[in-house]
Every structure is written in structure tokens, then in C-alpha cells.
Design a protein around this ligand. Structure first.
Ligand SMILES: Cc1ncc(COP(=O)(O)O)c(C=O)c1O
Length: 391
């Protein structure tokens, strides 16, 4: 039990900020800095979603508290969106509007996890997922996964099985994935679901990139599979799909046994998400269809361009490339710090792979949607010489 002046044990396990030093270094040497470490978009959301469009004359009490569950119009718009995108009718009562998936996952973990419980976290992963689990005093169990999918002898079921213990309570899945850019195949998902059922785990489905997939059919949502419907909690966010990250709007839904308590827990966190932005979310969900399609095509072009320029496989979805530097690092280099500094010296900021998993010290992550295409092109021009493999 921590006593003044100590902080709690689990707070120690959350990683410190890694970017500020690199950003300083980049700014000191370059007039223009390219923040490809930030997972965001250069695009403004559709007009009806924008903050400037939310008006007190049209929405009386615009700045009052919203209902804890969320504005009914936003819940309805989300349920309609899910019906159109996933062909599923979800019960509006089982939907909770939260301040993005960051808050959603945090609150669900608060409801479902006890300190010491373990959550299977296929890696590389969205950096905050690990921290969110750790801040509850639970243990994120990292399982190298997405980067192994093409290995001929990789067995997804065996990899997860090997990580299961008495304390395992949940599996977190994200497809299309940050940072790998992979979309999980039906076989891989089926294997993962066998583990979930066999060990009676909760299933956390992170749908952040559900609209961002390239040259393929829309990926099938995992949460709607009949074999896991009773235990799947889905996290949808408007941050990526509708370019609405700063608005902090996400929707979580799951089984009745959980969602009532989630709503109660939400009261003690933020009470409700920003009310004006909930009305903005209605605009995004109702009027953002063409915006989403246009973004998908722009993001695909950006992702393919970046992959081609750096000589790696094209992404299947999402907004990132995850790059293995093993062949590029100096002999004896333990991690990519020196490489990241060289990138910063050229004005380009990338994320150290270790933020996405302990096995990825020799990898880096690049977001290809954080700056507009012309700036991305300039950044790639600066990076390309550093990515030339020794012949
Ligand atoms: C997989 C994944 N989930 C969730 C989020 C964050 O979602 P939100 O902005 O809704 O908190 C991100 C952001 O990068 C992400 O990559």
C-alpha cells in the first residue's frame, strides 16, 4: 500500500513519454518537422460533425450534461450505422457512449479486471492498450502475433494457448491493426475464438479501424460471431473512421451482464462525454458516408506510397506501417534509438517499436495519415536514404 511520498505500484508500470526529446531534437535542426509518430489524420471531419456547426439555437442546453448513456440521438445514429455497416441490429440499451475507446477500454477493464488478472495482448499493439490494462493493476500478457502471421509454421492458437494461465481473463483483438496494418484472416480469427471459448475469456474487440481497409471486402466484425456474442465487448470510435479524434467520442456495446455496470462505472469517470461533440457525432454518423469512402481511398494511396518508397509490404488497412529495422541497425545496437535520432535529425518523428510491445525494440512505427500527401512525400524523401538496405 503506497504511502506519501510514494505512488501506486501499477502507476509505475505505465511507460513514460518517449517523444518529447526526439521532437525537441527535430525542431532544433529543421524548419519543418513531420510528426509521423502521431496516429491521427490531416483531414477535417465532415461539416455536420465539426465543432463550429453545433449551435445553442438548434440544441437547447448544448453545454449541459448529457445523459450518462449518451444523447439518444447519438445512440440511435450509432445503432443505425452498425446496422448499415455490419448488418446487425444491436439493442440501444446495451450501447454506452464514452470519451473514445481510451475511456471505453479503461472503464470496461475497471469493471471486469481484478489486480493480478491477465489479459492476452497479441503484439505489436496500440500502445495505450497495454497501459490501460496495467493501470488497473492487471497484467497485459504480450504475445508476438501480427508480425508472425506470414511465418509458415506460425500457429495462432498454440501461440495464445502457451500464454494462458489460471489468471487469464480476457483477450484483446484489434483488426485492422495498429500498428501492423494487418487484417486478421477468418482462419486466424476462428483459432483465436477457440481459445476464448475453451478458457472462458472475455473478448475485447477494438474496432478503431473498422472502416480503414484497402482493396478488399469490409472485414467481418469479430464481436458479432455467434460463438462469442455472449462475451464480446466491442469498442467503436469516431476518432479514426470519421476523423474525430479530438472530439473524444466512442461507443461500446456488449452483453447485458456487463453493460449495466459499465454505465454505472461511467458515472464515476467522466459522467458523460462532451455533449456538443455528441451532436457532432450524429452529424458524422448520419452524413459521413462519402467522407469515409474518400478517406479510405486517400489513406490507401498514402499507405501504398509509403510502403513502396520504403521497400516494405503494403498495408491491408489502418493508418500505420510497422517497420523491421533488424537489417538496418548497426551491429550490436540493442534498439532503434540511434535510428530514431537520425530520423529526427532529418525532421521526421517516428514511434519506437517498443511502445507497441517488448519484442519490438528493433522496429519503428510510421503513421501515413498524420500529414497531407505532399508533406508525406517530403517526409518519405527524407526517410528513404535511411531505409536503404545494405546490398
Ligand atoms: C487500435 C486503437 N484503438 C483505439 C485508439 C484510440 O481511440 P480513441 O481516440 O477513441 O480513444 C487508437 C488510437 O490510435 C487505436 O489505434
Amino acid at each position: 500500500m503506497p504511502r506519501f511520498p510514494n505512488i501506486s505500484e501499477h502507476a509505475h508500470s505505465v511507460s513514460p513519454r518517449v517523444y518529447s526529446q526526439l521532437a525537441q531534437r527535430a525542431r532544433a535542426k529543421n524548419a519543418e518537422v513531420y510528426p509521423l509518430h502521431v496516429g491521427d489524420t490531416y483531414r477535417d471531419p465532415v461539416r455536420a460533425a465539426q465543432a463550429e456547426e453545433q449551435r445553442s439555437e438548434e440544441q437547447p442546453g448544448l453545454h449541459k450534461y448529457a445523459p450518462v448513456q449518451g444523447e439518444p440521438s447519438a445512440i440511435d445514429a450509432f445503432v443505425d450505422y452498425v446496422r448499415a455497416r455490419h448488418g446487425e441490429a444491436i439493442d440501444p440499451e446495451l450501447v454506452q457512449l464514452m470519451s473514445g475507446t481510451t475511456a471505453g477500454l479503461s472503464i470496461v477493464c475497471q469493471v471486469l479486471l481484478e489486480p493480478g488478472d491477465e489479459v492476452l495482448l497479441p503484439s505489436p499493439f496500440w500502445p495505450l492498450s497495454r497501459g490501460i490494462i496495467a493501470t488497473k493493476g492487471a497484467v497485459p500478457v504480450q504475445v508476438p502475433f501480427y508480425t508472425r502471421l506470414d511465418e509458415p509454421d506460425f500457429d495462432p492458437e498454440a501461440a495464445l494457448e502457451a500464454a494462458v494461465t489460471e489468471r487469464t481473463v480476457a483477450l484483446y483483438v484489434n483488426t485492422p491493426s495498429n500498428p501492423s496494418g494487418r487484417v486478421l484472416s477468418e482462419d486466424t480469427v476462428a483459432a483465436m475464438m477457440r481459445v476464448v471459448r475453451k478458457h472462458d475469456l472475455w473478448l475485447f474487440c477494438d474496432e478503431a479501424y473498422e472502416e480503414i481497409y484497402f482493396d478488399r471486402e469490409p472485414p467481418e466484425a469479430i464481436w458479432k460471431r455467434p460463438e462469442v456474442r455472449d462475451r464480446a465487448i466491442a469498442f467503436h470510435t469516431l476518432s479514426k473512421t470519421f476523423g474525430f479524434a479530438g472530439a473524444r467520442i466512442g461507443f461500446t456495446h456488449g452483453p447485458k451482464s456487463v453493460m449495466g455496470t459499465v454505465r454505472g462505472m461511467q458515472t464515476f469517470h467522466t459522467y458523460c462525454a462532451s455533449r456538443p461533440m455528441q451532436f457532432g457525432a450524429v452529424g458524422a454518423l448520419r452524413e459521413g458516408g462519402a467522407w469515409v469512402e474518400e478517406s479510405r481511398s486517400l489513406y490507401r494511396d498514402a499507405g501504398y506510397r509509403a510502403a513502396d518508397e520504403l521497400g516494405v509490404a503494403r498495408p491491408e488497412g489502418g493508418t500505420f506501417l510497422f517497420l523491421d529495422l533488424s537489417e538496418l541497425l548497426e551491429a550490436g545496437a540493442e534498439d532503434c534509438s540511434a535510428f530514431l535520432e537520425r530520423c529526427a535529425d532529418r525532421g521526421v518523428l517516428l514511434t519506437p517499436g517498443r511502445a507497441c510491445g517488448e519484442d519490438y525494440a528493433r522496429w519503428v512505427r510510421l503513421c501515413f495519415t498524420s500529414v497531407p500527401p505532399a508533406r508525406l512525400e517530403a517526409a518519405l524523401g527524407r526517410l528513404a536514404p535511411l531505409f536503404r538496405r545494405p546490398s
